[in-house]
Design a protein around this ligand. Structure first.
Ligand code: PMP
Length: 330
């Protein structure tokens, strides 16, 4: 048996039971480990889907250029699909991202432009604006725009949701995912709630993002926005892929708690994962504690990417110490 190209290995990632960090609970807590995708993240699913849908709609011609603003993982997913399908890629990203993520994109032949993090989204220097401008200037280019492109949510509705439903044999009662573009949480939650409307969905946000306040009040509060180091979750905009009606609760997690849990997942569960995974698990356990998560319950937590992209940060003691993320006994 063989696959016709690497693209056929995307999805069908394993569900793995958490045992050590979840000891206080009698119910079953499972992690969907997305680093088993060929680009080592959940974003392979949407990279392929956004390109396939664009081809179908005639939005991209052979030999064209794909241009996207990406924190790295979506770029990897797009670059994999583009390589196999014969497109060029230009990505814009922020100076907050790991160098390793940027080098990875370049390794797959993409051009990467680095833009400042601390500017308004509509500032012409922001990575959103630069991607948009390039897509207007470069002929035969396609700007997937993962934030507002419905193919993002649809990829999770068609793959992540059904996989979780089948892998738990319909026993899933709680679903937890970090919220970046919102595609993962919205698409998966939509599918799962269609199978069983009782399933609770928890979105995990970062302190410094607008989401939690927006979910709770319907108000976009600029004062909520401040810089943080967890990559991939939380936003300073409300993307179209973020459907708050599909959420039951939003939990905010700070960098320190996210990164300490990330290191625990590696040391205690053998799951060498990225910082948004620690945030998702920390947030999931906080929710479980406050909502009587019981012995008959089954929770599924999405772990979006791999630790390899964060070895010089979260997995580096000096970096953790410099930021005050280590406890005094560590
Ligand atoms: N974690 C990481 C590491 C990511 O790159 C992303 C994507 N921004 C997410 C979580 C959130 O996924 P989504 O964009 O589907 O909300």
């Amino acid at each position: 048996m063989y696959y016709n190209s690497i693209l056929e290995t995307i999805g069908n990632t394993p569900l793995v039971k958490l045992n050590e960090v979840t000891k206080e609970f009698e119910g079953t807590i499972l992690a969907k480990v997305e680093y088993f995708n060929p680009g080592q993240s959940v974003k392979d699913r949407i990279g392929l889907k956004m390109i396939e849908d664009a081809e179908e709609k005639g939005l991209i011609e052979p030999g064209g250029t794909i241009i996207e603003g990406t924190s790295g993982n979506t770029g990897m997913g797009l670059a994999l699909a583009a390589t196999i399908k014969g497109y060029d890629c230009i990505f814009t990203t922020t100076d907050k991202q790991s160098k390793a993520k940027i080098d990875l994109l370049r390794a797959l032949g993409a051009e990467v432009k680095i833009c400042p993090t601390d500017v308004e989204p509509d500032d012409p220097r922001s990575y959103y604006s630069v991607a948009k401008r390039l897509s207007e200037e470069i002929p035969n280019s396609y700007y997937p725009n993962q934030y507002d492109n419905p193919s993002n949510t649809q990829a999770h509705y068609e793959t992540t949701g059904p996989e979780i439903w089948e892998q738990t044999e319909g026993k899933v009662t709680h679903y937890v995912a970090g919220m970046g573009t919102g595609g993962t949480v919205s698409g998966t939650s939509k599918y799962l709630k269609e199978q069983n409307a009782e399933i609770k969905t928890v979105g995990v946000d970062s302190e410094g993002s607008v989401y939690k306040h927006y979910f709770e009040t319907g108000e976009f509060d600029k004062d909520e926005i401040h810089p943080y180091l967890t990559e991939g979750i939380g936003e300073d905009i409300i993307p179209e892929n973020m459907d708050f009606d599909l959420l039951d609760e939003v939990i905010q997690v700070n960098d320190k708690n996210a990164f300490q849990m990330t290191r625990k997942l590696a040391k205690k569960e053998g799951l060498f994962v990225g910082g948004s995974c620690g945030a998702a698990v920390y947030g999931a356990l906080e929710y479980a504690r406050n909502n009587n998560f019981g012995k008959d319950d089954t929770m599924v937590i999405i772990l979006p990417d791999s630790g390899t992209r964060y070895v010089s940060k979260i997995y580096n003691d000096e970096w953790m110490d410099e930021h005050g993320f280590l406890d005094s006994d560590e």
